[in-house]
Design a protein around this ligand. Structure first.
Ligand code: MN
Length: 717
């Protein structure tokens, strides 16, 4: 077996590490010792053949070594760590990748499922060589399918047709694809297959005659110019005829490309020259000419196609291409193992090569073909993960998806009733991030109280979130309303909005009207997550500012109620940029000399003066804020009157203590009264003269130290 392999490797002219390959062979031979293929051959014949197939695709040393060892970890005592030690991390990773792909369960269900499976292959095989080894493995297995049981033949053939052949097609590997298809259809429809093979045999003589005559005519015309051209009769691909006959409902005689030749030349110019000659020699069938050179197919395929009427009116399909195009057509992605500088060179930079080109683009800068493939990662499906149900169905989810997303994807009821999740048999948190190949198991319980609100934050898919919200909308109206009220209150406070319950409805009304919701519906929507607090908050802030802005305006109406005292104080204020204006102290915050103040230009009543930290000022809307002006106290001297409220113990002598303390500070008292309150404490109200905010603070401090005093506060004027 070793000789067969070495011969194949030497034939393709690549510099292999023969010593390493031989070591791999020895290890595989030893490990599989005693194991037999169903054909009766020693098992080692399989890995060797897989390696030979890969060598035909110009594969590198690592892929050959991995191919030789690809079944050892799964089927023998050899451990992955051992491979890593003996052959390096790269080989170990390749073998590991092939082993993992082998475990992807296959069940032929619907188109979609199959496509997902193909994508998953690409996503799971981080290194394209894993796919190439897997394809070679599958090719050898279908080549030796005759030794398996009829059931096995059928299932392997079906999987090959649905997963592997399209995968080969996607990678542009036409030769691989055709062989996989032809071998599969033989087992899937043996009758149809044999029918075509017989008919083709009948045509063989006609074909041979036609081919040699056409070849002679073309050579006569073309080789005069000294050009070297290669002409071959095309090996018929049985499955393409099968498709045309059984799916396209055509008779064998109606198949146009039954007789076909392929002409391979050196340059693109030659391609068009040859086409000219062909169309000159034979009559082209209209509508059959296709230029895949100027417009390559998605999978990189390039060629000129035409069908002409040959001798005795037999249609003949002609393909014309360069050697580079030929290699690409036959080997696809694998062609670039060997011919990397070929069609991806500068001259073809604008060729449309679809998705394959996209990722080749990323690797353009790496110079060595080996390096190119080593770093060749598939990241097309990087934003998706493919996971399984316990019965092997593939579920595609966005990257970062959790068991919650998985459960709701299966069915709303599964999601709503889920109580625990397992991945690969082990219990996981609901926030666990799923990765490719995970088998996810959801446990449900009829006793489940339904989804939790925080699932809305954990779920990655809008599908899951929508279903969770629907549940809350339906099931938990009362609780929704309650939680929404609490959440909304919390958020209002966090945003500096302090309103009484009866004011809330003023804030909410515009939103309720716009969305046509009742107040309960409004709360319910917030509760089940249909309406986000973060979305409505800006609107609520606006409404709040309007509310507060109008309170600033409302101050205008208090002019009449200005006391003599505050009128006097207001005269000691300088408003910047405004001279001789009417000023008055705002009632809402009653600023005192020494306080930081700000002016508000009212409509028609001069400037009202607020404390700089007055809530009405801080929370006013942008429009209102434009009417704020800077203001300061002109002189902080001069007495003014304040009211003070003292709450204290109901004891004889408290009033005396208060008045003697004030007397000691030489404070002029205008008024002093006391009354007992419901709770048994005494409320003392006094009106005194102070000369500044600091002075007032000093007085308040002194009063609060009097024995039996609970609180001392300045009260409204
Ligand atoms: Mn195998």
């Amino acid at each position: 077996m070793l000789e067969i392999l070495m011969k194949a490797l030497r034939a393709n002219g690549i510099k292999y590490d023969f010593e390493k390959i031989e070591r791999a062979y020895r290890l595989a031979e030893e490990a599989h010792k005693g194991q037999k293929r169903e054909s009766g051959d020693d098992y080692i014949s399989h890995p060797v053949n897989v390696a030979v197939i890969l060598s035909e695709y110009g594969s590198d040393t690592e892929a050959i070594v991995a191919a030789l060892l690809h079944d050892t970890v799964e089927d023998t005592d050899v451990a992955l760590s051992e491979l890593k030690k003996s052959f390096g991390r790269e080989v170990a990773e390749l073998v590991d990748g092939v082993t993992k792909l082998g475990k992807i369960p296959y069940s032929s269900k619907e188109e979609q499922q199959i496509e997902t499976l193909r994508k998953m292959f690409l996503a799971m095989a981080k290194d394209i060589r894993v796919i190439l080894i897997k394809l070679a493995d599958r090719l050898h297995n279908v080549r030796t399918l005759q030794y398996r049981s009829p059931e096995k033949q059928r299932s392997v053939a079906l999987e090959t047709m649905e997963v592997y052949a399209p995968l080969a097609h996607r990678l542009g590997m036409q030769r691989m694809k055709h062989e996989l298809e032809d071998l599969s259809i033989k087992y899937l429809d043996n009758y149809g297959y044999n029918h075509i093979v017989e008919q083709m045999a009948n045509c063989k003589e006609i074909g041979n005659n036609l081919f040699s005559s056409v070849k002679r005519q073309i050579r006569n015309r073309l080789e005069i110019g000294g050009k070297t051209i290669h002409i071959e009769s095309r090996v018929k691909h049985i499955y393409s005829i099968y498709r045309k006959m059984y799916m396209g409902n055509k008779d064998f005689s109606e198949i146009y490309d039954l007789y076909a030749i392929r002409i391979i030349v050196d340059t693109v110019t030659d391609c068009y020259n040859v086409l000219g000659v062909i169309h000159d020699l034979f009559k082209p069938i209209p509508g059959r000419f296709k230029d895949y050179i100027s417009t390559p197919k998605q999978n990189m395929y390039q060629s000129l196609h035409t069908t002409v009427i040959g001798k005795e009116g037999i249609p003949l399909e002609v393909q014309i291409r360069t050697w580079d195009m030929h290699n690409t057509a036959e080997l696809g992605i694998a062609a670039h193992w060997k011919y990397k500088s070929g069609i991806f060179g500068k001259s073809d930079a604008d060729a449309k090569l679809g998705w394959v080109r996209e990722f080749l683009e990323i690797q353009k800068d790496s110079t060595e073909p080996e390096e190119f493939f080593r770093t060749f990662k598939i990241d097309f499906f990087a934003d998706e993960v493919f996971v399984f149900t316990p019965s092997g169905d593939v579920i595609t989810l966005p990257l970062g998806a959790t068991p919650i997303d998985f459960a709701y994807r299966i069915h709303s009821d599964i999601g709503n009733k889920m109580v625990s999740a397992r991945v690969g048999g082990k219990p996981v948190e609901f926030s666990f991030q799923l990765s490719n190949g995970d088998i996810v198991e959801i446990t449900t319980s009829a006793a489940s109280s339904g989804p939790k609100r925080d699932w809305l934050k954990i779920a990655k898919t809008s599908e899951a979130r929508t279903k969770i919200r629907q549940w809350f909308k339906r099931e938990c109206r009362e609780e929704n309303i309650k939680t929404a009220k609490e959440e909304l209150d919390k958020e209002l406070r966090r945003n500096g909005i302090f309103v009484k319950d009866n004011e809330k409805i003023i804030l909410y009304t515009p939103i309720l009207e716009k969305m046509n919701l009742s107040l309960d519906e409004f709360y319910n929507s917030i509760g089940y997550g249909g309406l986000y607090i973060s979305k409505i908050m800006p609107r609520l802030k606006d409404e709040y500012n309007k509310l507060r802005g109008s309170e600033l305006e409302a101050e205008e109406l208090t002019v009449a109620s200005q006391t003599k005292q505050s009128k006097k104080l207001a005269q000691n204020i300088v408003v910047e940029g405004v001279s001789d204006c009417l000023t008055r102290l705002a009632k809402c915050c009653s600023p005192l000399p020494g306080d930081d103040i700000v002016g508000f230009i009212t409509r028609g009543y001069g400037v009202s003066i607020h404390k700089a930290d007055c809530p009405n000022v801080i929370n006013c809307s942008d429009d209102t804020a434009e009417r704020l002006v800077r203001a300061r106290w002109d002189s902080e001297k001069g007495d003014f009157t304040v009211n003070i409220a003292i709450i204290g113990e109901n004891r004889i002598g408290l009033m005396a203590d208060i008045s003697s303390q004030l007397a000691a500070m030489r404070i002029n008292i205008h008024n002093l009264s006391a009354r007992e309150q419901k709770d048994g404490s005494t409320l003392t109200l006094l009106t005194i003269d102070v000369n500044s905010a600091e002075h007032l603070q000093l007085i308040l401090n002194k009063l609060s130290r009097i024995s039996g005093v609970y609180s001392v506060e300045r009260s409204g004027n």
